[in-house]
Design a binder for this molecule. Structure first.
Ligand SMILES: [Zn+2]
Ligand SMILES: [Zn+2]
Length: 202
């Protein structure tokens, strides 16, 4: 599996394009959907699905442009975050105008049938339906806004919970130390580094 991570939108979300044998999975197309469509074409990739770590505006606003180019493209999300699509929190306007509930939303619990080798870890705390995507063979974790390098996601947004965040972080710390972590924002890290230095975990 290959991975290309780009920063999209004014909230600088890390959007990852995972690919294998010409197929692509797009994680958190937070903005700049047309740029992502162009990148796929340039690399000769056909998208199989969109994967969301959670449904905050800064992680989803590129979906309409992707589904315009690829109308059947499914969107995998945890059911706990589906109400977030139409939530007032997501109505930021401009680049982040509300997109409503996208077409072809699928329960992320069904993702492993479509993308073998992925483990979907439910990590509530930042949002009720937050998930992390773990690829054991690649020792790769896409951690969304749950775990950042040296920090963790905010828990004061609608549906957030510091207690659940702490449980989620403890679960992530059980992953191998040499797991590469690509967070929803900012630079990458490893589980081992976070175990040693993250003030919310140490
Ligand atoms: Zn978020
Ligand atoms: Zn975010």
């Amino acid at each position: 599996m290959e991975r290309l991570t780009i920063e999209v939108g004014s909230y600088e979300v890390n959007c990852s394009i995972l690919s294998d044998a010409g197929q692509a999975w797009i994680v958190d197309p937070g903005s700049e959907g047309e740029r992502i469509v162009g990148l796929l074409a340039k690399k000769g990739l056909v998208p199989a699905a969109i994967l969301l770590t959670h449904a905050h505006f800064d992680h989803i606003s590129g979906i309409p442009a992707l589904q315009k180019a690829f109308p059947e493209l499914p969107v995998y999300v945890h059911p706990g975050d589906v109400p977030m699509f139409g939530h007032p929190f997501n109505q930021m306007g401009g680049e982040y105008a509300s997109i409503g509930v996208p077409a072809n939303v699928r329960d992320v619990a069904d993702l492993p049938a479509a993308l073998p080798g992925v483990q979907v870890l439910h990590t509530p705390g930042h949002t009720p339906g937050g998930v992390c995507y773990f690829f054991p063979a690649d020792k790769l974790l896409l951690s969304g806004d749950t775990l950042f390098a040296g920090s963790v996601g905010r828990t004061d947004f609608p549906g957030g919970s510091m207690a659940r965040m702490m449980d989620s972080l403890q679960a992530l710390m059980k992953l191998p130390d040499d797991t590469l972590v690509i967070p929803g924002h900012g630079g990458h890290t490893t589980i081992g580094d976070e175990k040693r230095t993250n003030p919310y975990i140490v």
